[in-house]
Design a protein around this ligand. Structure first.
Ligand code: AMP
Length: 401
């Protein structure tokens, strides 16, 4: 079975064609600047040179057509005919309370995704365009939506409700949803397999530390709490996002700076976090270098990031009444040896240790804790596309395909 995984942004399409016989990527690529002058597709077929094509792409339908053309091209294609694509799997940012599992796209699902644009106005409309474009390019091929929020739908009310009047939850759907669910689920399942224990018997904390960052408590395979909330702005300090703070700061800054709600939203998403504190960059490589060269603000930014990750690890250990496995993933989690080391420092009360030699790795699955450590600490590279392809395959197989 060959599955095309599609991840649409408002002006972009990321794609991967995965052969599920061996779970290998056959080709991947990115369409950028859709609907903007200078549209371009960068196509990377496995084992062949990458191809860059500039062409006018006025909408996602045209973009998807270029994707199919690249995949089936006699020279740089990887399949002979688009009929070889058995299904498409679509990453969708928000599934609200409507979708707690991946779904086969039908009218109800399509309308649900569109309606949830009220909670994710920047993201869900792009998925809607992607679904429509794919339906047009590959008529009759089953489509599956995989939601970034779905894994967290197992959180109990005490974890997902906010301390505001209950009718705000009922009337406006204001609650914590959590994000990065596909990644948290993938690394939790992968680490359980690696350890050789049923996930049902494990208490796992997964730290997805990238430009966007979140932490999840996974008890017996189910998400019981997660650090992002109503939007991906909540929880940890991130590259450019502020994370949690006293909510009274929001109207205070708005008044001082004369910000509209939209200005404030942009500010909290784009101008804060590690970049805002350090004044250097949102990229941890730059901030780590600046801190090593004596930049005090860069040091504060890193210390704040580390401290908040540690606090969540402590809180989620309490929430689960124990911890068996701590997992690091995403750009920083997979690659920053120092961040992992500093996060795990002074955590021996929790049974968390790190072996400096084992920790000297990047981007591979490996245990990095000391042999004597009560908690197993792992690096697990995330693979959201593969997870989406697996979820899509499971649903399509049920159709008897
Ligand atoms: P992601 O959003 O998962 O792609 O992660 C992107 C972030 O990972 C970048 O902004 C960097 O801050 C971080 N990153 C990637 N490689 C390294 C590295 N070698 N050391 C420190 N941070 C890194």
């Amino acid at each position: 079975m060959k599955i095309l995984v599609v991840n649409c942004g408002s002006s972009s399409i990321k794609y991967q064609l995965i052969d599920m016989e061996n779970e290998q990527v056959m080709a991947k690529g990115l369409v950028e600047r859709i609907g903007i002058p200078g549209s371009v597709i960068t196509h990377r077929p496995e084992g062949k040179d990458k191809v860059v094509i500039e062409a006018e792409m006025k909408n996602h339908t045209v973009g998807i057509k270029y994707v199919i053309d690249c995949l089936t091209h006699p020279e740089y294609g990887v399949i002979k005919d688009m009929k070889e694509i058995d299904a498409t799997g679509h990453r969708v940012a928000h599934g609200g309370e409507l979708f707690s599992e991946p779904e086969l796209v039908d009218q109800r699902v399509f309308e649900g995704v569109r309606d949830l644009g009220r909670l994710a106005p920047l993201h869900n409309p792009a998925s809607v365009m992607g679904i429509e474009a794919t339906e047009e390019a590959l008529p009759g091929v089953p489509m599956v939506t995989v939601f970034d929020t779905a894994f967290h739908q197992t959180m109990p009310p005490k974890a997902f409700l906010y301390g505001i009047p209950y009718n705000m939850y009922k009337d406006y759907a204001i609650r914590s949803y959590g994000f990065h669910g596909t990644s948290h689920k993938y690394v939790a399942e992968t680490v359980a397999k690696e350890i050789g224990k049923p996930i049902e018997d494990l208490k796992i904390i997964t730290c997805h530390l990238g430009n966007g960052a979140s932490i999840t408590a996974v008890d017996g395979g189910k998400s019981v709490d997660t650090s992002m909330g109503f939007t991906p702005l909540g929880g940890l300090i991130m590259g450019t996002r502020c994370g949690d703070m006293d909510p009274a700061v929001v109207p205070f800054i708005m008044e001082k700076e004369g910000f509209t709600p939209e200005d404030m939203n942009q500010f909290m998403n784009k101008k804060c976090g590690v970049e805002g504190i350090s004044g250097v960059s949102s990229d941890f490589r730059d901030v780590e270098e600046a801190a090593n060269n004596g930049n005090e603000r860069a040091r504060y930014a890193l210390d704040m990031f580390i401290y908040r990750v540690q606090r969540y690890i402590g809180a989620y250990t309490a929430a689960m009444n124990g911890l068996d496995v701590l997992v690091f993933t995403a750009g920083i989690g997979e690659n920053s040896i120092t961040m992992r080391e500093e996060i795990c420092k002074n955590m021996d009360f929790f049974g968390i240790t790190i072996d400096p030699e084992k920790n000297n790795i990047r981007g591979e699955i490996k245990e990095i804790s000391q042999d004597s450590g009560r908690v197993k600490v792992y690096v697990v590279p995330t693979n959201e596309e593969l997870m989406i392809a697996r979820e899509t395959k499971a649903i399509v197989e049920k159709l008897g395909k």
